[in-house]
Design a protein around this ligand. Sequence first.
Ligand SMILES: Nc1ncnc2c1ncn2[C@@H]1O[C@H](COP(=O)(O)OP(=O)(O)OP(=O)(O)O)[C@@H](O)[C@H]1O
Length: 364
Amino acid sequence: MARIDLHNIVKTYGSHHAVENLDMTIEDGELLVLLGPSGCGKSTTMNMIAGLTEPTSGKILFDGADVTSHSPHQRNIAMVFQSSLLYPHLSARDNIYMSLKRSGLSKQEINARIAHAAETVDVTRLLDKMPSQLSGGERQRVATAKAIVREPAGFLLDEPLSALDASLRLSLRAELVNLQKRIRTTMIFVTHDQVEAMTMGDRIGVMRKGRLEQIGTPTDIYNRPATLFVAGFVGVPPMNFLKGALEKADGRLWLTNPSLKMEIKGEFANAAPQKEVILGIRPHLMRLTEAGASALPLTVYAIEQLGNEAIVICDGPDGGKIRVVAPAGFTAPVGARLDATFDSAAARLYDPASERVLAVTGKA
Ligand SMILES: Nc1ncnc2c1ncn2[C@@H]1O[C@H](COP(=O)(O)OP(=O)(O)OP(=O)(O)O)[C@@H](O)[C@H]1O
């Protein structure tokens, strides 16, 4: 087990910055999820932690010791990839054994370790089968046994579930979290699937274009997204955005645009007035209502029935789509005029220029 520190890591390929000034700590025993769209630098970061790719600059520390120039072998980090490879001509047992081949352990110790690893991921009864006789999920579990049998300082998992079908993903997701909590080995899990990130991570690091946008607990990232990108990337359905201006009147702060005038309450009530601002509000925090003074006029575009609720997708007043979560079975014809309200204290305000959340001077 190890605490992993990344200090100002940069990785460039020619003039392309794959990773820029990355500062991040993964605590001992923590499950950190690296989340971001394709090409944002997740795999490059993992490869640098594993020692497969050398950073252009910066330092990597394991438990405070600089390992930046250490080989993958010296780092004792286990990696599980998207389609983790098992040797097709070897049984599950021999595949797991390959991880210990050069360990210098006695035969007895090796057998004990294999038995323990197999039991941990529940593949004991599969040990004498060949990979071709195993299902996708079973192969993934054997690959996991192969990784944990070395008792590594840390685990790196790069989209290990993405090649599997939806129901298998769900069960393996829970299995991995359960395993990590039992063996308490530091784990970094890469995904571009934000639901996977929310459900698995002790913390989530959201990356974009080689940079770390925000790092925090899933609740933090969901409730207090620091940037417009994080706000739009995390959450299903995605956060709604409304453009407007922030104006002071009667000692109070108002969001105004051609179709809405709403007093800003809560955390952002003391924000400085500014000409352009973007208000973000989660779809389940909006309610469809009769038209009213601070209601947002919407036009129904489509309705998605999810069984337990309905997502009403509407054209908003400034051209963007606005999604509202309504009770299951809610219907309205396409083109119908609806109004929506929400509590401004539950909204977030962002600066369109910096794309960051507005600074607030104090709580209201
Ligand atoms: N060996 C390489 N040579 C040149 N460019 C590279 C190399 N490896 C990665 N890149 C570039 O660096 C950027 C980050 O790539 P990386 O694979 O880390 O992204 P990722 O977030 O893991 O994406 P994905 O989710 O698609 O795997 C991309 O723009 C990619 O094209």
